[in-house]
Design a protein around this ligand. Structure first.
Ligand code: XIL
Length: 299
């Protein structure tokens, strides 16, 4: 196959990218994105601050630009993200306790209703665990509202759109030996045991010198899949874009039957939130990097 999406489809998987609505007028960007990828995540446009800038007043203008571009070009869409400590609108940042929980429920219901039946996977909860060796939840207004806020989010999401796969998504959870990975594993195991509706786990896979790729990532993916959830690589970028590391991540997904696909977090290096790391598959002029060929050959 000659494109990432078509190559991934040979094994029933997808290859996706983050799309930024502000770049959709850049024809170099859109021609690469349209040619190579068959799954789209809105880089910022479906986040809480973008979709509910005032409490109870939803705005899907940017989100729909990304969604419509994707669907008009034959792609599927991952929804990102419904409950998160970051990129909350000001009104939500100042909430706490039961008022915040009601606001979270209202937000999930409002966004999922708008996209009901149209989103293949939703990142229901993003980044709820702390970094480091504690294995604890991350402190946030949501966490302070009660430890069960995550399952409340998932139960709300299931009722709002039963057709979407519901994912928990996080970073620094790729290395099986890390406390954060183990904490996420315990939560997913507990959710499956108690019937909390969770379908998938997203591994962001932002690899850099501080949190490098480790070959035990495949073990991590296998162990989560064995709990009875799908897994996905949701925001892949690699500092320096080592072709070997890109091939390894691709092969790790392919080795796990329940790995749905891989999404890279942007198209060209200049599109990346970490552009200085030159972490992506395309150069700024749109040409393919060595990492691109490494991924295509692995698929
Ligand atoms: C990043 C975007 O790429 C940036 O444009 C934005 O300024 C901050 O958020 N984990 C996530 C993503 O789940 O939503 C983040 O995206 C990167 C880290």
């Amino acid at each position: 196959e000659s494109t990432l999406g078509a190559a991934a489809a040979q094994s029933g998987r997808y290859f996706g990218t983050a799309i930024a609505s502000g770049r959709l007028s850049d024809s170099t960007y859109t021609s690469i994105a349209n040619r190579e990828f068959n799954m789209v995540t809105a880089e910022n446009e479906m986040k809480i601050d973008a979709t509910e800038p005032q409490r109870g007043q939803f705005n899907f203008s940017s989100a729909d630009r990304v969604y419509n571009w994707a669907v008009q070009n034959g792609k599927e869409v991952r929804g990102h993200t419904l409950a998160w400590h970051s990129q909350q609108p000001g009104w939500m940042q100042s909430l706490s306790g039961n008022d915040l929980r009601q606001a979270m429920i209202g937000h999930i219901n409002g966004v999922m209703a708008h996209y009901k039946g149209k989103i293949v996977q939703w990142d229901v909860v993003n980044e709820a665990f702390a970094d480091g060796s504690s294995g604890a939840r991350r402190d946030s207004n949501l966490q302070r509202s009660g430890n069960d806020w995550i399952e409340l989010a998932f139960r709300t999401a299931r009722a709002a759109d039963p057709s979407a796969k519901l994912c928990y998504n996080d970073y620094n959870v790729e290395d099986w030996t890390w406390a954060k990975t183990q904490a996420m594993y315990s939560m997913v195991r507990d959710f499956k045991q108690r019937g909390v509706p969770i379908d998938c786990v997203g591994f962001q896979a932002h690899f850099n010198s501080g949190s490098p790729y480790n070959s035990n990532f495949r073990t991590t993916l296998q162990n989560f899949a064995a709990l009875g959830v799908d897994v996905a690589v949701t925001e892949l970028d690699i500092q320096g874009a080592s072709p070997t590391t890109y091939a390894n991540v691709t092969n790790d997904c392919l080795a796990v039957e329940r790995c749905l696909g891989v999404t890279v977090w942007g198209v060209r290096d200049s599109d990346s939130w970490r552009a200085e790391h030159t972490p992506l598959l395309f150069n700024n002029d749109g040409s393919k990097k060595a990492a691109y060929s490494a991924v295509l050959n692995a698929l």
